[in-house]
Every structure is written in structure tokens, then in C-alpha cells.
Design a binder for this molecule. Structure first.
Ligand SMILES: [Fe+2]
Length: 171
């Protein structure tokens, strides 16, 4: 039997999308609570304290992870290519760290912090400006971006410039 939604739309019998689109799942665990009857050697109070601290660490790690991506995208200047790759490498490593912390919280019976808005409220990492900023160490003459996209850097890798070296003479 089809039931009309709030806006008066009556979904068809084979419409598996409309009926469920605006449904909300029932809350089964509040953020900050831990599962009490978990078969775990640590008491619920201890697990609760651990989850609270791990969630702080998780929020800070998520903020750092996203900051690495921000700078991966926005870095500019003569060292663009090297920093672009470096920041993405750190981002990938931060993703692993975030996942490890989050899964530890869940195994302790807690609820992980996950969404950006919640992370922003909890993290102690200062929020960077939304704007792209020039590095304070860069001189005005070299402030022109050399590249601004991932694909151009990937397609035309520029080897790092090395100072000319002279081979030692052995005579
Ligand atoms: Fe990228």
C-alpha cells in the first residue's frame, strides 16, 4: 500500500527511492556514550574516557588530513611540484592514521566523530583561512604560481634542480 508523503506525492508501487529518501534512522547510540554490555576486558568508564581522548585525537587528525589536501591544492611557486607531492603523501598517511583511530573508538564501544562540522567544533587545530595565502618566506619576485593543477604536474614531471657538482679528482 502506498502512503502519501508530506508534500502530497504518492509514490508508485515500484518506486523504491521516494519513500525512503527523507526517512531518518532511529538513534541507537549518542555521541559520547559507550556500549555498556560489550564483551570487553575494560570497564565502560575506562572505555568512555579513552573514547573521549581518542575522539579529540581523531578530530585533530582529520583537521590535519584536510589541511594537507588544502595545501596540496593551493601550493604555488618554484617548489610547487615537490611540495604538491609531499603534501599528498602526508595526506595519504594521515588517512591511514584517521582510520586506525576511528576503528579503535568503535572497537571500544564508542561513537567516532566524523563529519566536518562536528570536527570543526572539537578540534584544537586552529582553522586556516579559506583563502590561499602566500608563504611568508617567498620573495615577491618568485610569487607567481608555476602550476595550479594536479594533472599538469603529473603529466609533465619536472625533476628537482640540483646544484652542479664536480667529481672528486683521484690522481
Ligand atoms: Fe591531487
Amino acid at each position: 500500500m502506498s502512503v502519501a508523503t508530506k508534500n502530497g506525492h504518492t509514490p508508485k508501487a515500484n518506486d523504491f527511492v521516494t519513500e525512503h529518501w527523507k526517512q531518518h534512522g532511529k538513534e541507537i547510540q549518542k555521541y559520547g556514550d559507550v556500549v555498556k554490555d560489550l564483551p570487553h576486558p575494560l570497564d565502560a568508564d575506562i572505555r568512555s574516557q579513552m573514547c573521549k581522548k581518542l575522539n579529540q585525537l581523531l578530530a585533530d587528525s582529520i583537521a590535519l588530513r584536510d589541511m594537507y589536501k588544502k595545501h596540496h591544492w593551493q601550493v604555488a611557486g618554484p617548489t610547487f611540484y615537490q611540495l604538491h607531492l609531499l603534501f599528498d603523501k602526508h595526506f595519504d598517511e594521515q588517512v591511514e592514521i584517521v582510520d586506525t583511530i576511528a576503528e579503535r573508538i568503535q572497537l571500544l564501544g564508542g561513537v567516532t566523530i566524523a563529519m566536518g562540522g562536528d570536527v570543526a567544533e572539537v578540534t584544537k587545530i586552529p582553522r586556516p583561512p579559506a583563502a590561499a595565502k602566500r608563504s611568508p618566506s617567498r620573495s615577491p619576485a618568485s610569487s607567481k604560481p608555476t602550476s595550479s593543477s594536479c594533472s599538469s604536474a603529473t603529466r609533465s614531471p619536472k625533476p628537482p634542480t640540483r646544484p652542479a657538482t664536480t667529481a672528486p679528482t683521484t690522481s
